[in-house]
Design a protein around this ligand. Structure first.
Ligand SMILES: NC(=O)c1ccc[n+]([C@@H]2O[C@H](COP(=O)([O-])OP(=O)(O)OC[C@H]3O[C@@H](n4cnc5c(N)ncnc54)[C@H](O)[C@@H]3O)[C@@H](O)[C@H]2O)c1
Ligand SMILES: [Zn+2]
Length: 352
């Protein structure tokens, strides 16, 4: 079930050569968007293996993570002779790898695909672990399937053109990995200087993060139990993200997850006695690096409604992944409506 390989590299050609030799596709199709292409496509196309690749350009952004964009990819593949022995390459952030992975997994009952994540969020989270999918009728990732990439190749160079906003979005998932692992990883992550990036340190953190995620995914590829740890902060987070689509500036995934983690830690504190010091540390960190919580109490009902539709629920019950301590994950937890509102008030009013 797991990817055959996740490679972190500064030498793309060296990483990709043996992979393509062993798979030897009859044609290569690169799915990307114009912004990613501007910064990263050149480095791919200059490798002899990719020179004659087809490039499928899809529109930029989450609003296009739809069946229409998938149809566009299927159409291109059909019209340009793709077969089951062809290879799809997703070059981009999580939007591209989720959508491209879904298009590849369903074309002719499935062709192989490789992910080249170009955002930190893609590298840490979206590109690994085999979840692919699209948004449908206003709900996040409502349609999709589990099908891991043939390989995930992480080239640190790509992250250098990311703006702060996208960098921090990805970094939120690193904080999540710290919270669900142990206090050492958490402290190392909190102490990474987001204002003066140390790329060497980032690579070490990234390796650590990929190991954490891989270990969890391997133990539970289809998310029946242990993998739910990775959903920490995401029940609130997905509701924040979805509601923000109707706002002038929609929230990036990691920003929504950061606020979602603060809410989930608050619930953890009142339900499972999670230590207050780490709750406050996360709140202050979120305020310092992730700006203002963007919702008002008028939006609570809409948020509660969105949480009810979360894929992580069983029937009518909203399931939360909570923590009894750092690294002490408790899945399938429930909370009353009053507790959830209290958690939202906690972030909105910024503290206890
Ligand atoms: N499958 C999973 O397990 C999983 C996990 C987490 C998130 N996701 C999904 O990932 C998506 C979010 O991913 P994302 O944050 O990477 O967003 P994204 O893919 O939309 O990329 C964000 C923006 O950054 C630009 N960009 C990408 N790489 C760049 C680079 N190197 N330099 C400059 N600009 C660049 C893109 O053009 C885009 O405008 C969401 O759809 C979310 O649901 C999936
Ligand atoms: Zn996430």
């Amino acid at each position: 079930m797991n990817e055959h390989k996740t490679i972190i590299t500064t030498d793309l050609a060296k990483a990709i050569n043996p992979l393509l030799k062993s798979y030897s596709p009859d044609a290569i199709y690169i799915v990307t968007d114009a912004q990613v292409a501007h910064h990263c496509l050149g480095a791919i196309l200059e490798m002899p293996e990719f020179k004659s690749s087809h490039v499928i350009m899809i529109p930029i952004g989450e609003l296009y993570k739809t069946i229409d964009t998938v149809t566009m990819i299927w159409q291109y593949l059909m019209e340009h002779g793709a077969t089951r022995r062809s290879l799809l390459v997703n070059l981009g952030g999580g939007m591209v790898s989720d959508l491209g992975g879904f298009a590849a997994s369903t074309f002719k009952r499935g062709m192989q695909y490789i992910n080249f994540p170009t955002t930190l969020l893609g590298a840490i989270d979206a590109a690994t672990g085999g979840k692919t999918g699209i948004n449908f009728q206003g709900l996040k990732n409502e349609i999709g399937l589990y099908n891991p990439a043939l390989a995930v190749v992480v080239n640190m160079e790509f992250f250098k053109s990311l703006d702060d906003y996208n960098f921090r979005s990805g970094f939120a998932e690193m904080i999540k990995h710290g919270l669900i692992s142990d206090t050492i990883v958490l402290e190392q992550t909190f102490s990474f200087d987001l204002e003066h990036l140390d790329w060497k340190r980032l690579k070490t953190l990234l390796e650590q993060n990929l190991t954490i995620k891989q270990r969890i995914v391997e133990a539970d590829p289809h998310e029946t139990g242990k993998r739910k740890a990775l959903n920490f902060g995401h029940t609130f987070g997905h509701a924040f993200e979805t509601l923000s689509y109707s706002m002038e500036k929609p929230l990036l995934h990691g920003y929504a997850v950061m606020w979602g983690m603060v809410c989930a830690l608050y619930l953890s504190h009142i339900i499972l006695k999670f230590p207050k010091e780490y709750l406050l540390q996360l709140l202050y960190y979120a305020k310092k690096y992730y700006g203002q919580f963007p919702f008002t109490c008028d939006q609570y009902e809409a948020l509660l409604d969105l949480m009810k539709h979360d894929k992580k629920n069983d029937s009518d019950r909203v399931n939360y992944t909570l923590l009894a301590g750092v690294g002490d994950v408790r899945i399938n937890q429930t909370a009353t409506k009053e507790q959830v509102i209290e958690a939202l008030d906690f972030v909105r009013e910024n503290g206890i």
